[in-house]
Ligand binder design. Structure first.
Ligand code: ADP
Ligand code: MG
Length: 467
């Protein structure tokens, strides 16, 4: 029995579906069309170049494995990239469906001739740029999609792009960054940034002045429309209705729409279903809280902007402790810089602690010996009882010695107090343990790594202790 391209790809999809989450599957695999299967080489069509790059970067291993499993060891995958009206490598007939609309082909009865030429002020904030939007796993998809759109507004599958995430994670920054790049690259295109609040007020005004259709015409002549915080459309029926008309027209003309929201489209409340379903047409990409490395990079970048240098351990302290929200992270830095210049204080760890405390609750409690034992126990999988007990087994002794070392370096406890906390050992045992760990750091890379990890956790747990 020979396999055709449709069933071969369907089989692949079944495997892939099991290996990744539903959202990724929907975003990256559902839009793919199988085209042909020849000599165990399967050709698939992807909507654009960005798609291809994303698949290659993120799913190459999975695809390879799946294709081999389905088509045997010589199995290969080839891509066709979809472009309007024809495919770049395709000879197999063009795609049946036109996904992208080009404005030249559609007469626009609403737009007054010439109005498109009038340049409007995009209302963009020039300081929000891609260059200062630090990339991390937390924002990779949204950032890449934004970049792709900035290169080719209206010409990607990401229309609309919905950037969603909690407050202070960079939605507004990213939306402006896309707008700024479009304005630079495409001088003739009209780009507009508007907050939902402002948009709503414009509508209220236009209703009063009986000029709603002017407003609609204006927005329908825009090439790249950015609307920030669409969750605020909630409950505003008239605004939603008007936005619906604008959205439809722009989308049909192949104009780019970029929206931000504090939650994914499906969770929006008080918004008409027909709008929500349109929000889901393109790509919804979330911003998550940045991980430690990304936070450190953000702090570094903001300090560069301010031309301030801080010692590494202070940067680490701030990044460890302010973790929920980038805006807060910036707040700490601004306040720190202000305090140090106003009061002429040097930025030392005490000043930093007091500033951070104003932003984050439950910070900078001293870590206790008990906390340390628990951390070591979790990390090395040795029970706390054993750590403070009498066992001389190698791994237990190691855990005990590391705990004592950490207690000496990260608490204010005396050697005697530390000894007491480890089953009543005396202070010379503590000194000996610390010395042993110091020797092992130089000679045993495993110990060195374990200690490094543990010290990270100790520092991080400082901010986790809410009491
Ligand atoms: P949101 O709109 O999601 O509430 P903002 O875009 O206003 O968040 O971001 C809050 C602050 O954090 C801004 O000053 C922004 O520049 C900064 N910020 C957020 N994410 C990043 C990032 N990845 N790199 C640099 N700065 C960031
Ligand atoms: Mg915002």
């Amino acid at each position: 029995m020979t396999l055709d391209h449709l069933s071969a790809w369907e089989n692949c999809l079944q495997t892939i579906r099991k290996s990744i989450n539903a959202q990724s599957f929907k975003t990256w695999f559902e839009p793919i069309k199988p085209i042909k299967l020849e000599d165990s080489s399967l050709t698939i069509q992807v909507p654009n170049n960005f798609f291809y790059e994303w698949l290659e970067e993120n799913y190459v291993g999975l695809l390879k494995k799946t294709i081999r499993q389905e088509l045997g060891p010589t199995g290969q995958l080839e891509y066709q990239i979809f472009v309007e009206n024809h495919t770049r490598t395709g000879h197999n007939g063009g795609p049946t469906e036109r996904r992208f609309y080009s404005p030249e082909h559609i007469a626009n009865p609403f737009v007054i001739p010439g109005i498109k030429k009038i340049k409007v002020d995009p209302q963009l904030n020039a300081k929000y740029r891609f260059e200062n939007f630090i990339e991390g796993d937390c924002n990779k998809l949204a950032r890449s999609a934004g970049k792709a759109i900035a290169k080719n507004p209206g010409g990607t599958a990401f229309n609309p792009l919905v950037i969603y995430g909690d407050v202070g994670l960079g939605k507004t920054h990213l939306a402006h960054a896309i707008g700024n790049e479009v304005v630079e690259k495409f001088k003739q295109k009209n780009t507009i940034y508007v907050s939902t609040e402002r948009f709503t007020n414009q509508i209220i005004e236009s209703i009063k002045k009986n000029s709603v259709s002017d407003l609609v015409n204006f927005y329908q002549s825009i090439d790249v429309l950015i609307v920030d915080d669409i969750q605020f459309l909630s409950g505003k029926t008239k605004t939603q209705e008007i936005f619906f008309n604008i959205f439809n027209q722009l989308h049909q003309l192949g104009k780019q729409i970029i929206l931000t929201s504090d939650r994914p489209p499906k969770s929006l409340e008080g918004i008409q279903d027909r709008l929500i379903s349109r929000f889901k047409w393109g790509l919804s990409a979330d911003l998550q809280t940045p991980d430690l490395e990304t936070r450190m990079a953000i702090v570094g970048s903001k300090l560069d902007d301010e031309k301030v240098t801080l010692p590494q351990h202070i940067i680490e302290f701030i990044s460890y402790n302010v973790k929920d929200n980038v805006r807060e992270l910036e707040g700490v830095l601004v306040s720190l810089i202000a305090q140090s210049s106003l009061n002429n204080k040097t930025i030392d760890i005490n000043l930093v602690k007091s500033v951070v405390e104003n932003f984050v609750t439950g910070i900078s409690k001293e870590i206790t010996i008990e906390n340390i034992k628990q951390l070591v126990s979790d990390h090395l999988k040795v029970s706390v009882e054993k750590i403070q007990g009498k066992t001389r087994k190698r791994e237990v002794v190691m855990a005990r010695q590391l705990s004592m070392y950490l207690a000496k370096h990260h608490t204010n406890s005396s050697l005697k107090a530390i000894g007491d906390n480890f089953g009543g050992r005396d202070h010379s045992t503590v000194i000996y343990s610390c010395k042993t760990v110091e020797d092992l750091i130089d000679t045993d890379p495993l110990v060195k790594d374990a200690l490094h990890e543990l010290e990270k956790k100790v520092k991080m747990s400082l901010s986790g202790m809410k009491s």
